[in-house]
Design a protein around this ligand. Structure first.
Ligand code: FAD
Ligand code: AMP
Length: 473
């Protein structure tokens, strides 16, 4: 191991590993320190996203969806399947293989790009030095021209529900449940709570979600959120809003005490997932002598170029402000690498897509109607339901809608909100359109293949001007 580098990246999640690869592509000499270890103790690259976040959750969502389809949907297609059984340990090991293949892929990319992977803890010292403490062995001091902090985030815990990872679980342990709990409680009906709740609901758990806010999915356009809530409830998810969990007691079951507008309530569950959000990983990240500025919630303070208050030290991903999304961190990682290499680097924070991978999927970019109203921005809106598209009908999935919000005077697209089949893929068209400052008319005049789900986006754009074809405007 050398002890001097052009760039040292601390953290190998989607923000850090992407920054490291881009730096290497630009000819910089890079080391990436990461302390993550799998359940078998082996180090792995990829951070939360690949190991205990985006990828394993999507693997389980997909498996549970297949199970649900076989049990509930195939008969409608004229396919009768008998003797269906569930093998949860196999489902978990398939998920583990998906994760191992992908994290192994990052290891290969590190090799190919000659990035030094340092397995252990990184700590920022003064003068762009980094203390590296390997999993086994003595700490050593490394020197860098530039340091990128990409240490990510970890689950928030609440005093009323102390996690033991046996009965009361973070999302990490929720990805390892080996048999279907009869009753599952989830605190927090946000992105992670809904995704995890959906997995176990499809596999047969009775799922209750306890959400503190009175509004369901507050950051989502409320028309889409209401529509989605109806679908989730049809599927059996019991979503209770305005609930404040006050205490949990563990006996044979977990007794969850909470208060809502009607007073004190109680539910008994076999497992409880705490999914109330995540907090930045900054503990032990910098030495006491380093005056690294953080904000009141512990996020490393950065400007639009992800520069911290210390020259030559950058921070990207979940450890800084902005949405805790893998692709946001990756874009920041690429931007910082380019800036370090003397190139122009930029992230357009206005066009970051968000996705919730439930059934229906929910995806959006830009402003919600409530945000536009609050800002006093004049807007017009167009909507179109998937039920009126041939493709969604053929797929037996005629639920949800596309909603496009455009400026009332300029017609520039300000926000696109989709709840429905493959919303995660469809949203990209909206992101590209907004990136190119498109008007709703631009989308309306763009030819969309037939029959596709994207026709709902086309029709919603037409509907902004009250000229959708397959609905009464
Ligand atoms: P992380 O991925 O958290 O990586 C940080 C790495 O740094 C970790 O490996 C950590 O061990 C290491 N580290 C921390 N401190 C140190 C230190 N001092 N020294 C050395 N190493 C250190 N986002 C999406 O966009 N789409 C999704 O579908 C999605 N699904 C999710 C599902 C779940 C269940 C969870 C929990 C998250 C999900 N997310 C999703 C969020 C996504 O995982 C994060 O936004 C993303 O991982 C952040 O990337 P990052 O590189 O900033 O940090
Ligand atoms: P997300 O930020 O998408 O992961 O969602 C976290 C969700 O948890 C949000 O909807 C929060 O309102 C909710 N939440 C936060 N704290 C609590 C709490 N103590 N009890 C119930 N829900 C909470």
């Amino acid at each position: 191991m050398a002890n001097s580098y052009d760039v040292i990246v601390i953290g190998a999640g989607p923000a850090g590993y992407v920054a490291a690869i881009r730096c290497a592509q630009l000819g910089l000499n890079v080391a990436c320190i990461d302390e993550f270890r799998r359940k078998d103790g082996e180090p792995a690259l990829g951070g939360t996203c690949l190991n205990v976040g985006c990828i394993p959750s999507k693997a389980l969502l997909d498996s549970s969806e297949q199970y649900h389809k076989v049990n509930e949907e195939l008969a409608g297609h004229g396919i009768n399947v008998k003797g269906v059984s569930l093998d949860v340990p196999q489902m978990i090991s398939r998920k583990d293989k998906v994760v191992a293949d992908l994290t192994g892929g990052i290891r290969q990319l590190f090799k190919a790009n000659k990035i030094e992977w340092l397995q252990g803890h990184g700590k920022l010292l003064t003068e762009r030095r980094v203390e590296f403490t390997p999993h086994k062995g003595k700490a050593q001091t490394l020197q860098a021209q530039n340091v990128i902090l990409a240490t990510g985030s970890k689950p928030i815990d609440i005093g009323a529900a102390p996690v033991d990872e046996e009965r009361i679980l973070t999302s990490d342990a929720a990805l390892e449940i080996s048999e279907v709990p009869k009753r599952l409680g989830v605190i927090g009906a946000g992105v992670i709570g809904l995704e995890m709740g959906s997995v176990w609901n499809r596999l047969g758990s009775k799922v209750v979600l306890l959400e503190a806010q009175d509004e369901f999915l507050a950051p989502v356009d409320q028309q889409v959120a209401r529509d989605a809530k109806r679908q989730f409830e049809k599927q059996g998810l019991d979503i209770r809003l305005g609930c404040r969990v006050t205490e949990t007691r563990k006996g044979k079951t977990v007794s969850v005490h909470y208060e809502d507008k009607d007073g004190k309530q109680n539910i008994q569950v076999d497992k409880l997932i705490v999914a109330v959000g995540r907090r930045p990983n900054t503990e032990g990240l910098s030495h006491d002598d380093v005056e690294l500025l953080t904000d009141e919630r512990g996020f490393v303070h950065v400007n639009d170029h992800c520069e911290t208050n210390i020259p030559g030290v950058y921070a990207v991903g979940d450890v800084v402000r902005g949405p805790m999304l893998a692709h946001k961190g990756s874009e920041e990682g690429m931007m910082v690498a380019e800036l370090i290499a003397g190139q122009p680097g930029h992230v357009n924070y206005e066009t970051i897509p968000w996705v919730i991978y439930t059934h229906p999927e929910i995806a959006w970019v830009g402003k919600t109607e409530a945000q536009l109203k609050k800002a006093g921005t004049p807007y017009k809106s167009g909507t179109f339901g998937f039920a009126a598209t041939g493709r969604a009908r053929a797929m037996d999935y005629p639920v949800g809608m596309v909603k496009i919000l455009a400026h009332a005077e300029t017609d520039r697209i300000l926000g696109v909100h989709i709840g429905g089949p493959q919303a995660s893929e469809l949203i990209t068209e909206a992101v590209v359109a907004m990136e190119f400052s498109a008007s709703s008319e631009d989308l309306a005049r763009t030819i969309h293949a037939h029959p596709t789900l994207s026709e709902a986006v086309h029709e919603a754009a037409l509907s902004v001007d009250k000229r959708a074809i397959h609905k009464a405007n």
